[in-house]
Design a protein around this ligand. Sequence first.
Ligand code: GLU
Length: 550
Amino acid sequence: MTHKDLADLIFPHITKTIEDYEKMYPERNLPEGAIVTRFAPSPTGFVHMGSLLASFIERKAAKDTNGVFYLRIEDTDQKREVENGIEGIVTDLKNFKIDIDEGALSRTESIGNYGPYIQSERKEIYQAFIKHLLELGLAYPCFCTAEMLDETREMQEATKARIGYYGRYAVCRNIKLEDAYNRIKNGEKYIIRLKSPGDFEKKVVVQDAVKGKIEFPENDLDIVIMKSDGLPTYHFAHLVDDHLMRTTHVIRGDEWVSSLPIHVQLFKMFGFNPPKYAHLSPIMKQEGDTKRKLSKRKDPEAAMSYYAKLGIPTEAVHLYLMTIANTNFEQWYDQNKDKSIDDFKFDFKKISSSGALFDLEKLINISRNYISYLKAEDVYDKVLSWAQVYDNELSELLSKYKEYTISLFGIERYQKKPRKDFESWSTVKDNIWYMYDELFTNVTYDFQKITDKEEIKNILDLYINKYYNELDEKDTWFNKIKELCDELGYASNMKDYKENPNNYKGNIADVSTVIRVVLTSSSMTPDLYELMKLLGIIRIKERINKFIEN
Ligand code: GLU
């Protein structure tokens, strides 16, 4: 009886060898220094801020070096899979423009030559690698039942021994080949474990790109590598995939740091070069005096759907992620406002090793700033795409009044300090609603200083019939408001007013507010002259009458 006999009994259908796979998935032909990264989520829920950050960094590192960024779906734990898990991940990545070079596009489609990119479809590949270990006597079938494992654990707890399946506790390690062979033949249930060559007393050192040098005891646990359903465990699958997909850098959350001894051991046992590792600290949230991890379950702002709904532009999310990803980015961007993230070179050394504090206000500020520097046409396109999903009424108005709306978005935009009215697409409507007659119904007016309705009517009447002329240039338009003030006893000059307030009924700001409020119902708007040009004389008169008749 040889190891090979046992391997053939377990995997009679596996005929390809690991050498065959080496040939099928050769080294990638990439330029010197190119980085190959992967985003490897399990389809167990939505993409959250932390995983988006990881995927953003993975993509950026690959892109900067003309490498490859791919999406691999890790679904070997099928009990945890949620419905439409893959579609959810693909859509979130797409919405936030984390484009992949290779990988799964849906359950049935993918791009790239290193697939399949969904682990459950790679069963045969994993089994060839497991068969290889069995043939070398580096893995073995384990027949322990859950009850037996529980008993071992209890005993270890009671005697304060290290918990796990190792050394003398690894009872199936020593089963004779022949016995194992017969038990399997007789239909006994089993899983496959690694025969760990590690020694807990010895140290293994890993150089992590974020955490620096980390030292661990070697792994001596005979970890499960294949479950009873024939699928590998995560640790084993990732070894095979990261090797065959020729991953150069594994970038992931630091909850995986403690698995490193297992991972480096597996690579070593196969004689493969391990990838470089970069373990990211989790994004934190301030809660009172303490910091805790931003939680997928507790914090609505952890879910990317939150930002999609809010209408934070993807580019602003990217800028924010880049700020978290590299500590030197913010300063660079400040000095290179005309450049984009693509011009910034990502640096592993500039990843902060302590978790960034999530700062929604900062993200919103970045968003506000970003939107203020867009062209009006771009604002229009982006608000429209958002509204098509989240606000039907707005979407219809935007489509109906395209040029008008673009002009509206253009007001006070192309200047050194553009207006910053919009912090996200969902706040646009609240800032512009009054410019659409369809929404300018049931209006309330707060004229602020001037409250007497007769006086207000008087001002408006005189203004529209005597002073307003559609064709006036801005200076003339303004001078006419001054003349109106002079005629009615309001100070047309603030300095005069401040010196002798009692000589006047009020001042030019109060009068302008009356005109502004009657036309928009708001006392804070972009440039009134521009707004009036857009409204046009007919609608201006209509709005004044609407108030007067009220
Ligand atoms: N499937 C693992 C996860 O979702 C991936 C870990 C890794 O990137 O290696 O956390």
